[in-house]
Design a protein around this ligand. Structure first.
Ligand code: FAD
Length: 367
Protein backbone atom coordinates (compact mmCIF):
# COMPACT_ATOMS: atom_id res chain seq x y z
CA UNK A 1 0.00 0.00 0.00
CA UNK A 2 3.05 2.29 0.06
CA UNK A 3 2.33 5.77 1.30
CA UNK A 4 -1.35 5.08 1.70
CA UNK A 5 -2.79 4.35 5.12
CA UNK A 6 -6.27 4.36 6.54
CA UNK A 7 -6.86 7.12 9.07
CA UNK A 8 -8.17 4.71 11.68
CA UNK A 9 -5.13 2.46 11.50
CA UNK A 10 -2.99 5.54 11.67
CA UNK A 11 -4.67 6.48 14.95
CA UNK A 12 -4.56 3.03 16.47
CA UNK A 13 -0.81 2.92 16.35
CA UNK A 14 -0.37 6.31 17.99
CA UNK A 15 -3.25 6.96 20.33
CA UNK A 16 -4.91 4.99 23.09
CA UNK A 17 -8.29 3.95 21.88
CA UNK A 18 -10.15 1.99 24.53
CA UNK A 19 -13.13 -0.31 24.27
CA UNK A 20 -16.06 0.91 26.37
CA UNK A 21 -17.13 -1.85 28.73
CA UNK A 22 -20.00 -0.69 30.94
CA UNK A 23 -21.85 -3.59 32.58
CA UNK A 24 -24.92 -4.80 30.72
CA UNK A 25 -27.98 -5.02 33.02
CA UNK A 26 -31.04 -7.18 32.34
CA UNK A 27 -33.34 -4.15 32.39
CA UNK A 28 -32.63 -0.51 31.53
CA UNK A 29 -34.85 2.52 31.37
CA UNK A 30 -33.48 3.76 28.03
CA UNK A 31 -31.56 1.58 25.59
CA UNK A 32 -29.77 3.11 22.61
CA UNK A 33 -28.59 0.94 19.73
CA UNK A 34 -25.66 2.50 17.83
CA UNK A 35 -22.64 4.53 18.95
CA UNK A 36 -22.38 7.00 16.06
CA UNK A 37 -22.83 10.76 16.61
CA UNK A 38 -26.63 10.37 16.98
CA UNK A 39 -26.49 7.73 19.72
CA UNK A 40 -23.61 9.41 21.58
CA UNK A 41 -25.22 12.87 21.66
CA UNK A 42 -28.48 11.29 22.85
CA UNK A 43 -26.73 9.28 25.59
CA UNK A 44 -24.90 12.40 26.79
CA UNK A 45 -28.05 14.52 26.91
CA UNK A 46 -30.07 11.79 28.69
CA UNK A 47 -27.34 11.32 31.28
CA UNK A 48 -27.35 15.07 31.89
CA UNK A 49 -31.07 14.72 32.69
CA UNK A 50 -30.17 11.96 35.21
CA UNK A 51 -31.76 9.22 33.10
CA UNK A 52 -30.56 5.62 33.27
CA UNK A 53 -29.20 5.00 29.77
CA UNK A 54 -27.19 2.19 28.15
CA UNK A 55 -25.73 2.49 24.64
CA UNK A 56 -24.69 -0.61 22.68
CA UNK A 57 -22.25 -0.40 19.75
CA UNK A 58 -21.34 -3.43 17.66
CA UNK A 59 -17.89 -2.19 16.67
CA UNK A 60 -14.97 -2.51 19.04
CA UNK A 61 -13.78 1.04 18.27
CA UNK A 62 -16.33 3.78 18.77
CA UNK A 63 -16.18 6.31 15.92
CA UNK A 64 -15.05 4.12 13.03
CA UNK A 65 -17.10 5.03 9.96
CA UNK A 66 -16.75 5.45 6.18
CA UNK A 67 -16.92 9.24 6.01
CA UNK A 68 -15.22 12.34 4.56
CA UNK A 69 -15.33 14.01 7.99
CA UNK A 70 -16.59 17.42 6.83
CA UNK A 71 -18.38 19.59 9.40
CA UNK A 72 -19.85 23.02 8.74
CA UNK A 73 -19.45 26.31 10.58
CA UNK A 74 -23.18 26.96 10.92
CA UNK A 75 -23.68 23.35 12.05
CA UNK A 76 -21.12 21.76 14.29
CA UNK A 77 -17.77 23.48 13.88
CA UNK A 78 -18.40 26.09 16.57
CA UNK A 79 -19.28 23.37 19.11
CA UNK A 80 -16.34 20.94 18.91
CA UNK A 81 -13.04 21.61 20.73
CA UNK A 82 -10.37 23.17 18.56
CA UNK A 83 -8.01 20.21 18.96
CA UNK A 84 -10.51 17.97 17.14
CA UNK A 85 -10.45 20.14 14.02
CA UNK A 86 -7.91 18.82 11.53
CA UNK A 87 -8.08 21.61 8.93
CA UNK A 88 -10.57 24.40 8.32
CA UNK A 89 -11.42 26.10 5.04
CA UNK A 90 -12.88 29.60 4.63
CA UNK A 91 -12.57 28.96 0.88
CA UNK A 92 -14.29 26.23 -1.17
CA UNK A 93 -13.28 25.39 -4.73
CA UNK A 94 -16.16 24.27 -6.93
CA UNK A 95 -15.45 22.75 -10.35
CA UNK A 96 -18.10 21.93 -12.98
CA UNK A 97 -17.63 20.94 -16.62
CA UNK A 98 -18.23 24.61 -17.57
CA UNK A 99 -16.74 26.70 -14.78
CA UNK A 100 -14.48 26.76 -11.75
CA UNK A 101 -15.05 29.11 -8.86
CA UNK A 102 -13.90 29.85 -5.35
CA UNK A 103 -16.33 30.78 -2.62
CA UNK A 104 -14.86 32.59 0.34
CA UNK A 105 -16.29 33.64 3.68
CA UNK A 106 -14.80 35.18 6.81
CA UNK A 107 -15.37 32.10 8.97
CA UNK A 108 -14.36 28.62 7.85
CA UNK A 109 -17.21 27.23 5.72
CA UNK A 110 -16.21 23.62 6.38
CA UNK A 111 -13.60 21.93 8.55
CA UNK A 112 -12.48 18.32 8.69
CA UNK A 113 -12.52 16.02 11.71
CA UNK A 114 -11.33 12.47 12.19
CA UNK A 115 -14.36 10.29 12.92
CA UNK A 116 -12.56 8.07 15.44
CA UNK A 117 -11.32 11.08 17.41
CA UNK A 118 -14.79 12.67 17.28
CA UNK A 119 -16.43 9.42 18.40
CA UNK A 120 -13.97 8.85 21.25
CA UNK A 121 -14.40 12.43 22.48
CA UNK A 122 -18.21 12.18 22.39
CA UNK A 123 -18.20 8.75 24.07
CA UNK A 124 -15.96 9.92 26.91
CA UNK A 125 -18.16 12.98 27.42
CA UNK A 126 -21.28 10.78 27.63
CA UNK A 127 -19.56 8.32 29.98
CA UNK A 128 -18.36 11.12 32.27
CA UNK A 129 -21.92 12.43 32.48
CA UNK A 130 -23.19 9.06 33.72
CA UNK A 131 -24.21 7.18 30.55
CA UNK A 132 -23.27 3.49 30.23
CA UNK A 133 -21.58 2.46 26.98
CA UNK A 134 -20.71 -1.06 25.81
CA UNK A 135 -18.80 -1.46 22.54
CA UNK A 136 -18.22 -4.76 20.74
CA UNK A 137 -21.88 -5.70 21.46
CA UNK A 138 -24.15 -6.45 18.52
CA UNK A 139 -27.94 -6.33 18.74
CA UNK A 140 -29.32 -9.34 16.86
CA UNK A 141 -33.08 -8.87 17.09
CA UNK A 142 -35.76 -6.69 18.61
CA UNK A 143 -39.16 -7.45 20.10
CA UNK A 144 -41.76 -5.24 21.73
CA UNK A 145 -40.17 -5.42 25.18
CA UNK A 146 -36.61 -6.64 24.82
CA UNK A 147 -33.61 -6.90 22.50
CA UNK A 148 -31.41 -9.95 21.97
CA UNK A 149 -27.69 -9.30 21.68
CA UNK A 150 -24.33 -10.96 21.26
CA UNK A 151 -21.92 -9.68 23.93
CA UNK A 152 -18.12 -9.42 23.64
CA UNK A 153 -17.77 -12.94 25.13
CA UNK A 154 -19.95 -14.17 22.21
CA UNK A 155 -22.85 -15.01 24.56
CA UNK A 156 -26.46 -14.37 23.57
CA UNK A 157 -28.29 -12.20 26.17
CA UNK A 158 -31.51 -10.21 26.39
CA UNK A 159 -32.19 -6.74 27.81
CA UNK A 160 -35.63 -5.35 28.63
CA UNK A 161 -36.23 -1.63 28.16
CA UNK A 162 -38.79 1.12 28.72
CA UNK A 163 -37.62 3.21 25.73
CA UNK A 164 -35.64 1.94 22.75
CA UNK A 165 -33.74 4.43 20.59
CA UNK A 166 -32.58 3.39 17.12
CA UNK A 167 -29.32 5.20 16.40
CA UNK A 168 -28.07 2.33 14.27
CA UNK A 169 -27.43 4.15 11.03
CA UNK A 170 -28.59 3.96 7.41
CA UNK A 171 -29.57 0.29 7.50
CA UNK A 172 -31.24 0.42 10.92
CA UNK A 173 -32.57 -2.74 12.58
CA UNK A 174 -34.92 -0.63 14.72
CA UNK A 175 -36.29 1.06 11.59
CA UNK A 176 -36.89 -2.36 10.02
CA UNK A 177 -38.62 -3.54 13.21
CA UNK A 178 -40.94 -0.53 12.84
CA UNK A 179 -41.56 -1.61 9.21
CA UNK A 180 -40.63 1.80 7.77
CA UNK A 181 -39.60 1.82 4.11
CA UNK A 182 -36.15 2.96 2.93
CA UNK A 183 -36.83 4.54 -0.42
CA UNK A 184 -34.47 7.51 -0.44
CA UNK A 185 -30.88 6.41 -0.11
CA UNK A 186 -27.54 7.83 -1.23
CA UNK A 187 -24.35 5.92 -1.94
CA UNK A 188 -20.93 7.26 -0.94
CA UNK A 189 -17.44 5.97 -1.74
CA UNK A 190 -14.44 7.19 0.22
CA UNK A 191 -10.69 6.58 0.43
CA UNK A 192 -8.36 8.15 3.00
CA UNK A 193 -5.04 8.81 1.29
CA UNK A 194 -1.78 9.79 2.92
CA UNK A 195 -1.29 12.77 0.61
CA UNK A 196 -1.24 16.51 1.11
CA UNK A 197 -3.66 18.86 -0.67
CA UNK A 198 -4.32 22.50 0.13
CA UNK A 199 -7.78 23.16 -1.25
CA UNK A 200 -11.12 21.72 -0.29
CA UNK A 201 -12.71 20.83 -3.62
CA UNK A 202 -16.14 19.81 -4.93
CA UNK A 203 -16.36 18.44 -8.49
CA UNK A 204 -19.61 18.20 -10.45
CA UNK A 205 -19.51 16.10 -13.60
CA UNK A 206 -22.92 14.62 -14.57
CA UNK A 207 -21.32 12.10 -16.95
CA UNK A 208 -19.35 10.53 -14.10
CA UNK A 209 -21.41 11.36 -11.01
CA UNK A 210 -24.96 12.11 -12.32
CA UNK A 211 -26.44 14.75 -9.97
CA UNK A 212 -23.95 13.85 -7.24
CA UNK A 213 -20.36 15.01 -6.89
CA UNK A 214 -16.79 14.02 -6.11
CA UNK A 215 -14.70 15.65 -3.36
CA UNK A 216 -11.22 16.24 -2.07
CA UNK A 217 -11.33 17.06 1.66
CA UNK A 218 -7.85 17.55 3.17
CA UNK A 219 -7.29 16.39 6.77
CA UNK A 220 -4.19 16.96 8.90
CA UNK A 221 -2.07 14.06 7.64
CA UNK A 222 -4.37 12.51 5.08
CA UNK A 223 -6.89 13.49 2.46
CA UNK A 224 -10.41 12.13 2.00
CA UNK A 225 -11.24 11.53 -1.66
CA UNK A 226 -14.61 10.19 -2.72
CA UNK A 227 -17.90 10.47 -4.54
CA UNK A 228 -21.57 10.62 -3.54
CA UNK A 229 -24.63 9.88 -5.71
CA UNK A 230 -28.31 9.13 -5.27
CA UNK A 231 -28.71 5.35 -4.95
CA UNK A 232 -29.89 3.85 -8.22
CA UNK A 233 -28.54 6.68 -10.39
CA UNK A 234 -25.21 4.87 -10.97
CA UNK A 235 -24.52 1.25 -9.90
CA UNK A 236 -21.86 0.99 -7.17
CA UNK A 237 -19.36 -0.82 -9.41
CA UNK A 238 -19.68 1.83 -12.14
CA UNK A 239 -19.33 4.62 -9.59
CA UNK A 240 -16.10 3.06 -8.33
CA UNK A 241 -14.74 2.95 -11.90
CA UNK A 242 -15.77 6.59 -12.44
CA UNK A 243 -14.11 7.63 -9.19
CA UNK A 244 -10.85 5.90 -10.14
CA UNK A 245 -10.97 7.49 -13.62
CA UNK A 246 -11.65 10.95 -12.17
CA UNK A 247 -8.89 10.69 -9.55
CA UNK A 248 -6.46 9.78 -12.36
CA UNK A 249 -7.32 13.12 -13.99
CA UNK A 250 -6.59 14.84 -10.65
CA UNK A 251 -3.09 13.28 -10.54
CA UNK A 252 -4.19 11.07 -7.66
CA UNK A 253 -3.90 7.33 -7.46
CA UNK A 254 -6.41 5.29 -5.45
CA UNK A 255 -5.86 1.54 -5.30
CA UNK A 256 -9.32 0.03 -5.67
CA UNK A 257 -9.03 -1.88 -2.35
CA UNK A 258 -8.71 1.44 -0.47
CA UNK A 259 -12.19 2.55 -1.56
CA UNK A 260 -14.89 1.92 1.03
CA UNK A 261 -18.63 2.28 0.47
CA UNK A 262 -21.41 3.49 2.74
CA UNK A 263 -25.11 4.28 2.42
CA UNK A 264 -26.77 7.54 3.37
CA UNK A 265 -30.42 7.40 4.46
CA UNK A 266 -32.48 10.55 3.78
CA UNK A 267 -35.94 8.99 3.95
CA UNK A 268 -37.38 10.70 7.05
CA UNK A 269 -40.71 9.18 8.21
CA UNK A 270 -40.85 10.43 11.80
CA UNK A 271 -38.79 10.00 14.94
CA UNK A 272 -41.29 9.11 17.70
CA UNK A 273 -43.18 5.80 17.59
CA UNK A 274 -44.50 5.35 21.14
CA UNK A 275 -41.70 3.83 23.25
CA UNK A 276 -39.55 3.52 20.10
CA UNK A 277 -37.52 6.43 18.77
CA UNK A 278 -35.30 6.97 15.72
CA UNK A 279 -32.42 9.44 15.43
CA UNK A 280 -29.70 10.30 12.91
CA UNK A 281 -29.63 8.22 9.77
CA UNK A 282 -31.84 5.55 11.32
CA UNK A 283 -34.52 8.29 11.15
CA UNK A 284 -33.45 9.18 7.59
CA UNK A 285 -32.09 12.52 8.78
CA UNK A 286 -29.31 13.30 6.30
CA UNK A 287 -29.15 15.50 3.24
CA UNK A 288 -29.92 13.62 0.04
CA UNK A 289 -28.21 16.40 -1.90
CA UNK A 290 -24.81 16.44 -0.21
CA UNK A 291 -24.82 13.36 2.05
CA UNK A 292 -24.22 15.54 5.14
CA UNK A 293 -25.35 13.59 8.20
CA UNK A 294 -23.12 14.29 11.23
CA UNK A 295 -24.87 17.52 12.23
CA UNK A 296 -28.44 16.13 11.83
CA UNK A 297 -27.38 13.03 13.79
CA UNK A 298 -26.11 15.09 16.74
CA UNK A 299 -29.05 17.49 16.76
CA UNK A 300 -31.71 14.77 16.47
CA UNK A 301 -30.01 12.74 19.25
CA UNK A 302 -30.14 15.76 21.54
CA UNK A 303 -33.74 16.66 20.62
CA UNK A 304 -35.07 13.13 21.21
CA UNK A 305 -33.30 12.96 24.60
CA UNK A 306 -35.04 16.18 25.63
CA UNK A 307 -38.41 14.89 24.37
CA UNK A 308 -38.03 11.70 26.43
CA UNK A 309 -37.08 13.68 29.54
CA UNK A 310 -39.92 16.16 29.05
CA UNK A 311 -42.95 14.90 27.06
CA UNK A 312 -44.11 18.51 26.46
CA UNK A 313 -40.81 19.37 24.72
CA UNK A 314 -41.24 20.35 21.04
CA UNK A 315 -38.50 18.97 18.80
CA UNK A 316 -38.39 22.18 16.74
CA UNK A 317 -34.80 21.70 15.58
CA UNK A 318 -35.78 18.40 13.94
CA UNK A 319 -38.64 20.19 12.13
CA UNK A 320 -36.17 22.76 10.80
CA UNK A 321 -33.89 20.02 9.45
CA UNK A 322 -36.80 18.18 7.87
CA UNK A 323 -37.74 21.41 6.04
CA UNK A 324 -34.17 21.80 4.82
CA UNK A 325 -34.12 18.16 3.73
CA UNK A 326 -37.32 18.71 1.70
CA UNK A 327 -35.71 21.68 -0.09
CA UNK A 328 -32.68 19.51 -0.88
CA UNK A 329 -34.98 16.73 -2.14
CA UNK A 330 -36.70 19.19 -4.50
CA UNK A 331 -33.34 20.19 -5.97
CA UNK A 332 -32.48 16.50 -6.41
CA UNK A 333 -35.81 15.83 -8.11
CA UNK A 334 -35.45 18.68 -10.62
CA UNK A 335 -31.84 17.87 -11.38
CA UNK A 336 -32.62 14.21 -12.10
CA UNK A 337 -35.73 14.83 -14.23
CA UNK A 338 -34.01 15.16 -17.66
CA UNK A 339 -30.39 14.44 -18.67
CA UNK A 340 -29.85 18.15 -19.48
CA UNK A 341 -31.53 19.49 -16.32
CA UNK A 342 -28.74 18.22 -14.09
CA UNK A 343 -26.02 20.07 -16.00
CA UNK A 344 -28.19 23.18 -16.15
CA UNK A 345 -29.12 23.19 -12.49
CA UNK A 346 -25.60 22.55 -11.19
CA UNK A 347 -24.19 25.37 -13.30
CA UNK A 348 -27.04 27.70 -12.38
CA UNK A 349 -26.53 27.07 -8.64
CA UNK A 350 -22.76 27.53 -8.91
CA UNK A 351 -23.26 30.77 -10.86
CA UNK A 352 -25.68 32.05 -8.18
CA UNK A 353 -23.15 31.15 -5.49
CA UNK A 354 -20.41 33.01 -7.37
CA UNK A 355 -22.68 36.06 -7.54
CA UNK A 356 -23.52 35.57 -3.83
CA UNK A 357 -27.23 35.17 -4.67
CA UNK A 358 -27.27 31.76 -2.95
CA UNK A 359 -25.23 31.36 0.25
CA UNK A 360 -23.22 28.15 0.66
CA UNK A 361 -25.35 27.54 3.75
CA UNK A 362 -28.28 26.63 1.51
CA UNK A 363 -26.43 23.37 0.76
CA UNK A 364 -25.99 22.65 4.49
CA UNK A 365 -28.44 20.97 6.86
CA UNK A 366 -28.01 23.70 9.49
CA UNK A 367 -29.99 26.94 9.14
C1 FAD B 1 -18.71 8.06 1.99
C2 FAD B 1 -19.44 8.91 2.99
C3 FAD B 1 -18.95 10.18 3.30
C4 FAD B 1 -19.62 10.98 4.23
N1 FAD B 1 -19.10 12.22 4.52
C5 FAD B 1 -19.77 13.01 5.39
C6 FAD B 1 -19.24 14.31 5.71
O1 FAD B 1 -18.18 14.72 5.22
N2 FAD B 1 -19.93 15.08 6.58
C7 FAD B 1 -21.12 14.67 7.15
O2 FAD B 1 -21.73 15.43 7.91
N3 FAD B 1 -21.61 13.44 6.88
C8 FAD B 1 -20.96 12.60 6.03
N4 FAD B 1 -21.45 11.35 5.77
C9 FAD B 1 -22.67 10.91 6.50
C10 FAD B 1 -22.35 10.61 7.96
O3 FAD B 1 -21.26 9.74 8.06
C11 FAD B 1 -23.58 9.96 8.63
O4 FAD B 1 -24.73 10.68 8.27
C12 FAD B 1 -23.46 9.96 10.15
O5 FAD B 1 -22.40 9.15 10.57
C13 FAD B 1 -24.78 9.42 10.73
O6 FAD B 1 -24.63 9.26 12.11
P1 FAD B 1 -25.51 8.18 12.90
O7 FAD B 1 -25.09 8.26 14.30
O8 FAD B 1 -26.93 8.37 12.56
O9 FAD B 1 -25.10 6.78 12.25
P2 FAD B 1 -23.68 6.07 12.16
O10 FAD B 1 -22.58 7.03 12.25
O11 FAD B 1 -23.76 5.20 10.95
O12 FAD B 1 -23.65 5.17 13.47
C14 FAD B 1 -24.48 4.05 13.60
C15 FAD B 1 -23.78 3.09 14.53
O13 FAD B 1 -24.67 2.02 14.85
C16 FAD B 1 -23.91 0.82 14.92
N5 FAD B 1 -24.82 -0.29 14.73
C17 FAD B 1 -25.54 -0.58 13.61
N6 FAD B 1 -26.25 -1.71 13.80
C18 FAD B 1 -25.98 -2.14 15.06
C19 FAD B 1 -26.42 -3.27 15.83
N7 FAD B 1 -27.25 -4.17 15.33
N8 FAD B 1 -25.95 -3.39 17.09
C20 FAD B 1 -25.08 -2.47 17.63
N9 FAD B 1 -24.64 -1.41 16.93
C21 FAD B 1 -25.09 -1.24 15.67
C22 FAD B 1 -22.87 0.98 13.81
O14 FAD B 1 -21.76 0.15 14.01
C23 FAD B 1 -22.54 2.47 13.88
O15 FAD B 1 -21.42 2.72 14.68
C24 FAD B 1 -20.80 10.51 4.86
C25 FAD B 1 -21.30 9.23 4.56
C26 FAD B 1 -20.62 8.43 3.64
C27 FAD B 1 -21.18 7.07 3.33
Amino acid sequence: MGAIASVTNHLKTRENIFPFMSPIQEHVDILIIGGGPAGLSCAYELALQNKQVLLLERKETIGEKVCAGGITWSGLLQHVPENLVEQSFPEQTIVTTLQQCKIRETNPIIATVNRVRLGQWMAKKALNSGAHIASGVKVLSISDKHVTLLNREQQVKTIRFNHLIGADGANSLVRRFLKLPNEKMGLGLNADLAIHRQQMQWHFNPRLFANGYAWIFPHKETCSVGAYVQSGSIPARELKKHLIKWTGAQQLHIPSNMIKAGLVNYDYRGHCFGRFWLIGEAAGLASGLTGEGIYPAIVSGCEVARAIADPTYKTARIDLMVNKQRRHNKMLKYSSKYPWSCQLMINFIVLCMRMKLIPFQELEMAD
